[in-house]
Write a protein that binds this ligand. Structure first.
Ligand code: FES
Ligand SMILES: [Fe+2]
Length: 409
């Protein structure tokens, strides 16, 4: 089912490539410059987007074993992810029910969490195991003092959580079937090679860059090269978008020997899986996934963006996941080189530009910014941010139920 859809997207890209065309949005769109710089808008986005919608919080391979945990802070909400004994994922508010201290920090493997303040202990399923000095403390109903649980969902080798314990929005509904396609990467069985966190500009300024091939041969001329394609066709599932270059060719990487494949001449059945997932896959509102080769095998960079403390700041965690852990020193060095290259591209080119752009926009001297007909990804992203920021909780459910209906038709 998902292969059929992937093949049909590839055929779309091949026919546009052969005709030297691309798909355009209907018009050039104007976005108020203040939507990047206004602190009130920023606070509203943190509350109504990041603290209300499902977020992709970790690749599954970051927490492969029962007991593996990771503590995060997302827009001021302390989140604890813990792999359960049955292999499922638990997402909890990382706040001790005694007086609110986070029960654990960082990452590790544990069967229980003991709060560092007064020593209350919780099991990895969030239940309160023990109150320190219980006789002195006095009677409490332990069953009502579990760690608060967030909705969580794992699919396609990725983990989502919604930072609203009362959320009625089903995470699978929110994904509009997109996770079925993401499963084509095969992340389920992959491993985490490395990760790092980078500071960046306003989260939307930063995210725009992931939805945009227009800038590639210009901003990245010294890294990707000045002859890189600047066109993309966009495919959407609700707010989630894939962008990929219209081309009838693909490069087959075989060791040092790259070969060009003529996709137009190939049968559907012969299209390799890595060709079918080419391009950039974004998961609204904050994830971008792109495939790379390094260490002689398939890898992918999963970039996870969160708003920072102020409107002009964000942080991005780059997870470099690989089909297999590289084994020889040479493979490790080559994977490391690929990962480091992507740090340079994002930090020194995309985010350095984003920061300058943000500072300039903060002057207030420009009323609007523009997204061309060739920048449909950015157009749609901003429309979705606007729509979801201002939707009520009930409307959110209707919006995604409507997307499901449309997809089924
Ligand atoms: S705040 Fe955790 S034991 Fe007191
Ligand atoms: Fe870029």
């Amino acid at each position: 089912m998902s292969r059929e859809e992937l093949v049909s997207m590839t055929r779309n890209l091949v026919s546009h490539g052969a005709a030297d065309t691309m798909e355009y949005a209907d018009e050039v769109v104007r976005i108020p410059a203040s939507s990047y710089t206004d602190p009130d808008t920023f606070e509203l986005e943190k509350r109504n987007i990041f603290r209300r919608l499902p977020l992709m919080v970790a690749p599954s391979c970051e927490l492969p074993e029962p007991g593996d945990y990771k503590a995060m802070d997302i827009c001021g909400v302390p989140l604890l992810l813990a792999r359960q004994r049955d292999g499922s994922i638990g997402a909890f508010l990382n706040m001790c029910t005694h007086r609110g201290n986070p029960v654990v920090s960082g990452t590790g493997n544990a069967t229980r969490f003991t709060c560092g303040y007064h020593g209350w202990t919780f099991k990895s399923d969030g239940s309160l195991l023990g109150v320190a000095s219980p006789k002195d403390f006095g009677p409490v109903d332990k069953a009502t003092l579990c760690l608060k649980r967030f909705p969580a969902y794992e699919s396609a080798g990725l983990i989502w959580a919604t930072l609203d314990p009362d959320s009625q929005l089903d995470i699978a509904d929110y994904l509009c079937g997109y996770d079925d396609l993401l499963s084509a990467f095969g992340f389920d069985g992959w491993t985490l090679f490395s990760q790092r966190t980078l500071p960046g500009p306003n989260w939307k300024t930063a995210y725009d860059g992931y939805l945009d091939f227009y800038h590639l041969p210009i901003l990245h001329k010294d890294t990707f090269g000045a002859d890189f394609y600047n066109r993309a066709n966009f495919f959407a599932w609700g707010p989630h978008q894939r962008l990929s270059t219209p081309s009838k060719f693909a490069i087959k990487v075989q060791g040092d020997d790259d070969q060009q494949m003529d996709l137009e001449a190939m049968n559907d059945a012969d299209l390799p899986q890595d060709v079918l997932v080419q391009g950039v896959w974004t998961i609204f509102p904050h994830i971008s996934i792109a495939s790379f080769y390094g260490g002689g095998q398939r890898g992918a960079m999963i970039s996870q963006l969160f708003p920072g403390d102020t409107v002009g700041e964000s942080t991005t965690t780059q997870y470099y996941v690989m089909e297999n852990q590289p084994e020889t020193d040479e493979q490790v060095a080559s994977a490391r080189e690929q990962f480091d290259f992507l740090e340079v591209v994002v930090r020194d080119e995309d985010y350095a530009t984003g920061k300058r752009q943000h500072e300039a926009l903060q002057s207030g001297m420009l009323d609007h910014v523009l997204f061309g007909k060739n920048e449909r990804g950015g157009q749609q992203f901003h429309q979705w941010v606007e729509k979801l920021t201002h939707a009520s909780d009930a409307q959110l459910q209707d919006i995604f139920a409507g997307e499901q209906r449309e997809a089924a038709e």
